[in-house]
Design a protein around this ligand. Structure first.
Ligand SMILES: Nc1ncnc2c1ncn2[C@@H]1O[C@H](COP(=O)(O)OP(=O)(O)O)[C@@H](O)[C@H]1O
Ligand SMILES: [Mg+2]
Length: 421
């Protein structure tokens, strides 16, 4: 058994390579200079005691939106405290809140904690309108300039009540600014036109990082994160990176994977962190491109398994039909044959069967998530096209990742697993 705390590690400061935002916050974001300058311009009036500006910040996940706004608002708060200006910044992370209602209760809690310190309860049992009045009275109790950041506000979907009301609110003796952050472009486009124009006084886009930017981001995290690793030119961290424990092609490969996916810095860091841990666990002296490759496969597999575990009923059933076809030796099964199996399965698990066309949509969703592969072939002259589906994961992976105590899980244990020998 290995002992803890050995000194034969490649890490100097593991936290620095940890993708978790709570664990490590970069102090600078050179790749986001332009966006941070835009944010600065949005926040400057607040610093000067003028009416602050509302803004909409958007871009896909992992682009430094949360960290960037955290940096700028912390800077603003420090400036305001030093110069005795009445500024209060309130953050609400809306992830997982499906309704305006939840956002409002969390906002009230956050506004109260700004006044009384941590430990406030979420208000409960109030109608929406009352909650909104509570927000206004907390804002007035704070007074001065209040900047409300609603991060991942797209969670509320179509229920934009809180944005609609807040963007029209006029609390007494309060200069209110709203900053909405969204990972979902459609959310902004689908907003009520009034809300969009008042919230989007300023619109700041965080476009996906390219491979080059990701290299520099990874180089800065590796320097300090890994032993004997540093760069000499802060403007070119990757180009000037020197390391005894990192092979030259490791960072480029990790950056290329992440850039090709979505330019997500969190993904890039996660991949690098996992590769470093693989190398360290194996007691190897350096992180190589092979470790990055291994980490990439590991994370992809983990993502697919998570995807299977969270499939809704109809999609899970569709997946099981392809699994059944594979077990019985059919290589690529046609939609119609799969739908026949599907009807039998629905009967077995007592679920309502959907039409073949809607069933095909479920198969296509599974293909989009990388769980199935789809192939479209002509049936021959004038006969149209047919889709064929195959598992893109092992049979075992499907069988092992459906919730064992659900209706489908029992069905899998009783029917499918025994067939798979
Ligand atoms: N330019 C950058 N330099 C260093 N780390 C970054 C940079 N941009 C993002 N990150 C890191 O990537 C992760 C995701 O950033 P985050 O701000 O949470 O993204 P978003 O809010 O856009 O989803 C965090 O761990 C963050 O520290
Ligand atoms: Mg974020």
């Amino acid at each position: 058994m290995r002992s803890f705390g050995g000194d034969d590690t490649i890490f100097a400061d593991m936290d620095r390579l940890n993708p978790n935002t709570q664990t490590y916050q970069p102090e600078t974001l050179p790749e986001r200079e332009a966006e941070l300058n835009d944010l600065h311009s949005t926040l400057e009036p607040a610093a000067q005691g003028y009416d602050p500006i509302n803004a909409f910040v958007y871009g896909p996940t992992g682009q430094g939106k949360t960290v960037g706004i955290g940096l700028k608002t912390t800077q603003l708060q420090q400036y305001a405290d030093k110069h005795d200006k009445d500024v209060c910044v309130v953050h609400v992370r809306c992830k997982g809140m499906e309704k305006s209602y939840h956002v409002m209760t969390h906002l009230i809690k956050a506004l109260r904690e700004k006044q009384y310190g941590p430990g406030e309860e979420l208000p409960s049992g109030h109608p929406k309108k009352t909650l909104f009045e509570m927000i206004i009275s907390e804002l007035e109790a704070i007074g001065g300039t209040v900047i409300v950041i609603l991060d991942e506000i797209d969670a509320i979907g179509n229920d934009d009540y809180v944005l609609y009301e807040l963007s029209r609110a006029n609390p007494e003796d309060v200069r209110l600014s709203l900053i909405g952050i969204t990972n979902d472009y459609r959310f902004r486009d689908n907003l009520n036109a009034d809300v969009r124009s008042s919230l989007g006084e300023d619109e700041i886009e965080f476009a996906p990082y390219d491979a080059n930017q990701l290299r520099n981001i990874l180089a800065r995290r590796a320097a300090g994160g890994l032993r004997d690793t540093s760069f000499s030119d802060p403007d070119n961290p990757f180009e000037t990176l020197e390391s005894d424990v990192l092979a030259e092609d490791a960072i480029p490969l990790a950056s290329a994977y992440a850039a090709q996916d979505s330019g997500d810095a969190r993904e890039a860091i996660k991949l690098m962190f996992r590769a470093c841990r693989f190398a360290d666990d194996a007691g190897e002296a350096a992180v190589t491109a092979e470790h990055v490759q291994e980490a990439h496969e590991y994370l992809e597999r983990a993502a697919v398994e998570r995807g299977i575990r969270s499939l809704p009923m109809q999609r899970a059933l569709a997946l099981l039909t392809v699994t059944q076809a594979t077990i019985t030796g059919t290589k690529a099964a046609e939609t119609k044959d799969l739908h026949d199996i599907y009807e039998v399965f629905c009967n077995d698990v007592d679920a309502d069967a959907i039409s073949e066309r809607r069933f095909r949509d479920k198969l296509n969703d599974l293909a989009d998530s990388g769980i199935l592969t789809k192939e479209t072939r002509g049936r021959g002259q004038g006969l149209g096209k047919t889709n064929r589906y195959e598992l893109d994961v092992k049979i075992q992976t499907v069988l092992d990742n459906l919730e064992p105590d659900s209706r489908l899980g029992e069905f899998v244990e009783e029917t499918l697993r025994p067939r798979h020998k």
